[in-house]
Ligand binder design. Sequence first.
Ligand code: GDP
Length: 477
Amino acid sequence: MKHADGPEDTICAISTPAGEGGIGIVRISGPDTLSITSKFIQIRSGISLSTLESHRLYLADIVLPVDRQPNLSLDPPTPIDEALVVYMKAPHSYTAEDVIEIHAHGSQAVLAKISEISLRAGCRLASPGEFTKRAFLNGRLDLSQAESVLDTIKATSEQSLVVAQRHLRGDLRREVDRLRSRLLTLLAHLEAGIDFVEEDIEFVGREELKVVLSETADVVGAALNSAKTGRVLREGARVVIAGRPNVGKSSLLNRLLGDSRAIVTNTPGTTRDLIEETVRFDRCTLSLVDTAGLRETSDEVEREGIRRTEEAIGDADLLIVMIDASDVIRTASVFETNLFGKGNVLIALNKVDLLTPTQLEDLHLNLSLPDGVPVLSISTVTGEGLKTLQETIRHEIMPKNLEPSQSVMITNVRHQEILLRCRDYLAAALDSIESGMHPECVAVDLRGAADTLGEITGAITSDDVLNRIFSEFCIGK
Ligand code: GDP
């Protein structure tokens, strides 16, 4: 399938990350790939590029383009690098166009030179995500698969990779296509019935309509429910450390990060702003947020810090409420107990190095802590309990229910927003049926639901949406 205004020019870009590497790849795609690259690729065995077999590696010299040789008759071509070259003949390539990849030495000087001579030989520099966009426009990938290419590149954990790969293989597309085609069939029957409404002929019964719409709404609802887990997989979990000034929040953050990012001081109220760091424990990514101390204050700046603290607490996937175990008078006062009901909470009793075992035991007995909330005794000074704390954090935030059988996992905000609109259309259609509205009213919402689903795969989409999606990619992908 070639898009009406499909690309006619040939594009090139360095496809490997900046920096030194054993190899680096320049990718070229488009209808003139062979004629352009034949100006500067010389296959060692002497064969011409037009006779290259598809999907086979050839040893080659990359040389200055023939028309740029200073004195062709006297000088041999100036080599830029020795490289392995692979030709992927359309449509059996990533973009479904003719593609040549040049696997050269991974030096920025070499790769920049090869891309420069590709441009001089007739290529255009690819824009961000343009190779993937061409794959989409040429029907090689649907939009959800194109987006999962980006998720695969950006995957920071094994599990986010699992979901990205599922989507890349088309799991989401298949499920969306199944739902959409069911709705469209229903719509066709409903619309056929509208023409015969005078004769009282129904092509689809109210009950059947209700069943299909409810089942679709259930699947959409389940997909929406997976969005939180999906976000954790994609972006990592957000862990917030909250507590009074001086309880040891910054010290814990530093311990977890393994450096001295937050300023540790013993003057209360110095952490006025939020400090964010991303840290990886095993297979999950955590955003740690050290918060301004939770206390009443008249200081404007500090009040702003507290406002942000409360916002961060509201957004947290896990809240670590930190208590100074040595501060017996204020331990677990109303500040902390207010936080206990804020969702996924873990209580860290810090500075236990300052307590005797008996004092610690008494403290546990005297604290009125909520049931089912993990309580851990730690010391950021001696390191006591920190390993258990890390394991508990990991356990609390690891997405559950990630069996391979779970087909639809929403990890993308765009998909989530589309599904919310689809759910509204389905609810409106069900409402219309319940209240005995004219079939035409039901049909409008049914069409709306089917069309919104089509936006996920790109069956229905606008240039604006496409440009927004592909601009997130890097050049060369
Ligand atoms: P924050 O205001 O909650 O971020 O607290 P800080 O991390 O700045 O720590 C306040 C003070 O408590 C500093 O002097 C730390 O050295 C001290 N501190 C933090 N954790 C511990 C601990 O586990 N044991 C002891 N004895 N002191 C600690």
